[in-house]
Design a protein around this ligand. Sequence first.
Ligand code: UT7
Length: 338
Amino acid sequence: MVIRIIGTGSSLPQQVVTNDGLAEAVDTSDEWIFSRTGIRERHLVKEETTASMSVEAAERALINAGIGAEEVDLIIVATITGDYLTPSTACEVQAGLGARRAVAFDINAACSGFLFALHTAYAYLETGVYRTALVLGAETLSKIMDWEDRSTCVLFGDGAGAAVVRAFNGETRIRDDGSQWLEEKGKGGLLAFEQGSDGARGKVLSCKGRENNNLLVRNPFTPSYVKMDGQEVYKFAVSTVPASIQRVLEKAGMEAGDMKYFVLHQANIRIIQSVAKRLKADEGKFPVSLDHCGNVSAASVPILLDEINKKGMLERGDKIVMAGFGGGLTWASAVLEW
Ligand code: UT7
């Protein structure tokens, strides 16, 4: 069984807010934000919603894969910012696509969410339960930001990314343009996963849900916003991510030097540089989208994957690592042969 990503797509809100634009409303500067993080601008929603961006990203991924919505068996959306508590964003994607056969649900693993969702889809596909999955990371983080808290609101952005994942069992797939991909048994695709959680340290990056409110206890509804101990999360990231990548490479029987790209969660350019250094890998192998997207949590990895795919930077046989880390705390890595 070979399980491949056969298509990618993404969707970003129309509106772009630069660091200078932000500095008109928040006590900050382009100099501070760029030098500390590498972020220049981010997309923020005006009309868009988590579901609308997800549907658009999913439609683009299906077009890129050359398959129709009716072929999708499973939809998993990783998000912490769905438009509703229920229905899930995944169910909204199913409705938006008309993917009537699909089973749909959301996953909450914050910035590691896309990798957690991908691993979950892999498990369903690998055991033969389903054949074709749509895996998304989608966030409207701007609605859970405290716009008075400059230590968090400058970091995050909105957007969605999607990947079509399919299990092949030695059959030929014919694309829309008539070309054929012969899928050989046991070669390529998703090769190894590694993931973990550390709930004991979870409160260093949090956003509270609703308070108890019933006949016994009254708590009027008050909105809650993201709170982060940036330095603790930074330390967690620079130690955990390289270790996770080393472990997943070992599982795949490969080395950092075998990888063409390291597609990391986009939180801070200094974290990316530190991971590159610890892995003794060339920084040029770490594509970046945070300069124009900011940190889009679960959507960072699939948006970046789609960007490099669209630019034609991925060729059949290329090996890449994808890695996410963040709230929970959680982390996850995967090795993939394109
Ligand atoms: O996806 C989830 C994962 N999240 C992360 O990976 C975030 C990891 N952490 C980081 O990336 C960094 O810790 C930050 C970028 C969040 C912060 O960078 P830092 O170098 O750790 O800055 P700091 O929090 O130590 O703040 C330094 C100074 C403070 O001023 P004083 O106390 O030194 O006078 C802050 O008040 O910078 C000040 N500051 C700002 N100044 C201008 C904090 N935010 C801002 C701001 N503009 N937006």
